[in-house]
Write a protein that binds this ligand. Structure first.
Ligand SMILES: [Ca+2]
Ligand SMILES: [Ca+2]
Length: 455
């Protein structure tokens, strides 16, 4: 079902969300909640409503749902705060099309777009191929992040102006736990768009495509398109945002190049970074916990160690932070800033006794590269009940599915493997939800999924 487009829909929708107070443990704010200026849309589902017609009203324009499926705000689906979006699908409907998905208008301005959401899919029937995050440009799928069961791998896909519907696999398994899925359309609307998929702050697939003249105008999440209707289970979504610049995905911590001295205050700096490795302002207010493992240490909310504390409350737009730690004994500490909305990125920090200070640094480099080591195994402060960001993960080599009727020769073994486990479905047709006609061309480009990221 298509939403009705009105004149008002032509206006860029800048939606704000009342997540800040709830996340900080308070009630609804009395002032309008704030988000970073880069935000076109953001929903943490904390107000309880899903669509504008709900009471209390939600932020989404509407909800598509076929018989046997539903979607709504649920405490069981919270990743951050107290609520998230849960899609229930207990229907084995052998049909293509939209299954259950809220949708929202994004306006029609030109420019780059980044969609991100925490997603947890728990199948009760291990089958099905469906899109879970979709950016639309009119009737075209500008970016699809899709899941293939069995066994639950993530693929990047979408329409192009002249090369059909391209699909690039990752080999990454969700494993019933939360993961941060992000799609970026860089140089959007041109003949040379980079369509990029990041999972838990690591680039997993990239396509170089033409979407000349396209303008992203809608976001759908949940099960906006299913190839076969076979998936059954729940899909939880939280922390949904669409931005015009890369959003932050992790806090890169820097303890400096030297060993720390036990008993001394050590100033620590941190910077919110995007998955594309550029500084990025917080999309909304958040609480970042100072996490120290591997030894005893006191934590402080300032770099001079004047104010003891375990967390930093930040405002929208915050990029740089500083705090302090005081290790009590020589050790190797693991230090990070943690939030339920960010991927953990811990670094190792070497702590020596004061008597050893001044000797050549034989310890761990805790410098700028340290922040890239995380993403797998970050502990979760806040007790949200969610899974660990690194619980799932990649199994085996990344699969470059850059297949095409377009002259790819010697299809890699990965392609054959993924073809067996499910890409049959993706070959069937378009994600053109609103028009639904079969698409004649199925062709994936020769994009190279970046092989191995350091983290
Ligand atoms: Ca939430
Ligand atoms: Ca189904």
């Amino acid at each position: 079902m298509a939403r009705n487009r009105t004149a008002a829909a032509a206006v860029v929708v800048v939606v704000v969300v009342a997540a800040a107070a709830a996340l900080a443990g308070g009630g609804r704010p009395t002032d309008p909640p704030e988000v970073d200026p880069s935000v076109l849309f953001l929903d943490e589902f904390e107000d309880g409503g899903l669509t504008v017609g709900d009471s209390p009203p939600g932020l989404w324009d509407g909800l598509d749902a076929v018989a046997g499926t539903d979607a709504g705000v649920s405490t069981a689906a919270a990743r951050s705060g107290a609520r998230g979006l849960r899609v229930w699908d207990f229907a084995d409907l052998p049909a293509q099309g939209t299954t259950a998905a809220p949708y929202v208008d994004l306006g029609s301005d030109a420019g780059d777009r980044y969609a991100r959401a925490w997603v947890r899919a728990v199948p009760t029937w291990d089958a099905g191929v469906f899109v879970t995050i979709q950016l639309l440009a009119g009737a075209r799928a500008a970016c699809d992040i899709s899941l293939i069961f069995p066994p639950g791998t993530v693929v990047l896909a979408g329409d192009t102006a002249n090369q059909g519907y391209q699909v690039t696999g990752t080999g990454f398994l969700l494993r019933n736990s939360w993961h941060l899925l992000e799609c970026g359309l860089v140089d959007a609307g041109t003949s040379s768009v980079s369509r990029v998929l990041w999972i838990d702050a690591v680039e997993r697939a990239r396509q170089q495509i033409s979407q000349d003249g396209w303008r992203v105008d809608e976001l759908d999440v949940g099960e906006p398109w299913s190839d076969d209707g076979q998936f059954q289970g729940t899909v939880d979504v939280d922390g949904v945002a669409v931005t015009v610049t890369p959003p932050p995905s992790h806090a890169q911590v820097d303890a400096g190049p030297l060993d720390l001295q036990a008993g001394q205050c050590a100033p620590i700096s941190a910077r919110l970074m995007s998955s594309s490795k550029v500084p990025a302002g917080a999309l909304r207010a958040d609480r970042l916990f100072i996490a120290v493992d591997g030894g005893s240490a006191a934590t402080f909310t300032d770099p001079d160690c004047a104010d003891a504390g375990a967390f930093l409350d930040i405002s929208p737009g915050t990029v740089d932070l500083a705090f302090g730690i005081q290790a009590l004994a020589p050790s190797v500490l693991t230090v990070s800033l943690e939030s339920t909305d960010l991927v953990g990125a811990p670094i190792d920090v070497n702590v020596v006794s004061p008597a050893d200070a001044g000797l050549p640094d034989a310890g761990t480099d805790a410098g700028a590269d340290g922040g890239e080591g995380g993403g797998d195994g970050g502990s979760e402060p806040g007790g949200d009940g969610g899974g660990e960001p690194g619980d799932g993960g990649q199994v085996g080599p990344l699969l470059d599915l850059s297949v095409c009727g377009c002259g790819s020769s010697g299809a890699p073994a990965g392609w054959l493997a993924l073809a067996i486990i499910g890409l049959r479905g993706l070959a069937r047709g378009s994600r053109r939800r609103r028009r639904g006609q079969a698409q004649a061309v199925f062709c994936t480009g020769a994009a190279a999924a970046p092989a191995s990221e350091a983290r």
